[in-house]
Design a protein around this ligand. Structure first.
Ligand SMILES: [Zn+2]
Length: 102
């Protein structure tokens, strides 16, 4: 049983991953409820809704673990929570403008 130390993970360079095509995998960020802010590598030819055009389609996928601290997770989660709130503000501002004009 080893406990992971949370210190000493700052500034670690992102490792380059290669998929089955020997293409450099691209780092994405997940925004699903299960894995908010979690980063993963995906093939250049992979993206949500990618057309399944035979050869080019690749399902290379790998989580980038260990690089996200608790603090960073909270920040990312907050950013995600703020997003719809910002949209609300924009809508309210529009309404306020409409009220002003009346
Ligand atoms: Zn690939």
């Amino acid at each position: 049983m080893e406990s992971n130390s949370s210190s000493g993970t700052t500034g670690s360079p992102v490792r380059i991953r290669l998929c089955e095509h020997s293409e450099q995998a691209v780092l994405h960020t997940s925004w699903t409820d299960k894995n908010p802010g979690r980063r993963f590598f995906g093939c250049l030819y992979w993206y949500p809704g990618a057309p399944k055009t035979g050869g080019a389609h690749c399902e290379y996928f790998e989580w980038l673990d260990g690089s996200i601290g608790e603090q960073e997770k909270v920040v990312l989660q907050s950013k995600r929570d703020i997003r719809p709130l910002k949209q609300c503000i924009v809508e309210y501002e529009k309404k306020m403008e409409e009220i002003d004009e009346v």
